[in-house]
Write a protein that binds this ligand. Structure first.
Ligand code: DX5
Ligand code: ZN
Length: 211
């Protein structure tokens, strides 16, 4: 399993050191949450952060999670800023289809995120347009929430419906619940609080890589 530390949980005044620490510890991707205060009741980073991270850490794959009502307006700017992957939500007005097509056309990995209440059956038609399926294991908006174990069934359901691509999970992930997620086929673990709060992220990432 791969690890994508989420910078939402990093010390915001020392992001360069915080990200450097995660790279040194062996992280595979860096998860950047983008929130608009409308799609979710919180605000976070914008394209300027992606640009700055990409300039400072050009080898690092930036996994950009767009929690926006209108992600279509920003796909190009995030791709230009240096995003490796861009994830949009299935619940956005008008649906995610056109965004997924555009993300691929921009040369990025296309991610599709599902809030906890969105069933697997809502996205089957989008399977061919999606590279990574992000199953939210908390209600999006804030770090440090409790893992919703009912989402494990969604992973199984998506597989049963024919999803054969990568699985990412986001929200409340800890070393303690990762074995269960691994058993359900998880490929990429987004970890905010657990990774930036760890006293030994290198040890934790090494363990996760073995799962
Ligand atoms: C929640 C965000 C997550 C968040 C996860 O809306 O999408 O990426 O940073 O944080 P933890 O791992 O602390 O639950
Ligand atoms: Zn996220």
């Amino acid at each position: 399993m791969q690890v994508a530390p989420s910078i939402l949980a990093a010390d915001q005044l020392h992001l360069e050191q915080e990200v450097g620490r995660m790279i040194k510890a062996g992280c595979d991707l860096l998860h950047v949450d983008v929130m608009d205060g409308h799609f979710v009741p919180n605000m976070s980073f914008g394209p300027g952060m992606v640009l700055a991270l990409h300039a400072r850490f050009p080898e690092l794959r930036l996994d950009v999670h767009l929690m926006l009502d209108n992600p279509a307006d920003y796909l190009q700017v995030f791709a230009k800023a240096g995003a490796w992957g861009i994830t949009v939500h299935a619940e956005i007005p008008g649906g995610a289809e056109n965004c997924l097509r555009e993300i691929r056309a921009l040369g990025c990995s296309a991610g599709l995120a599902l809030k906890p209440a969105t069933p697997a059956t809502a996205v089957t038609e989008l399977f061919p347009l999606t590279d990574m399926m992000l199953v939210m294991t908390v209600e999006p908006g804030f770090g440090g929430q409790h893992f919703n174990s009912a989402m494990l069934q969604k992973l199984s359901h998506l597989r049963a419906l024919g999803w054969t691509g990568l699985f990412e999970a986001d929200g409340g992930l800890q070393l303690s619940n990762l074995p269960l997620l691994a058993a359900h086929g998880l490929d990429v673990a987004v970890m905010g609080t657990a990774m930036f709060g760890s006293d030994d992220p290198a040890r934790d990432i090494a363990r996760i890589h073995e799962m």
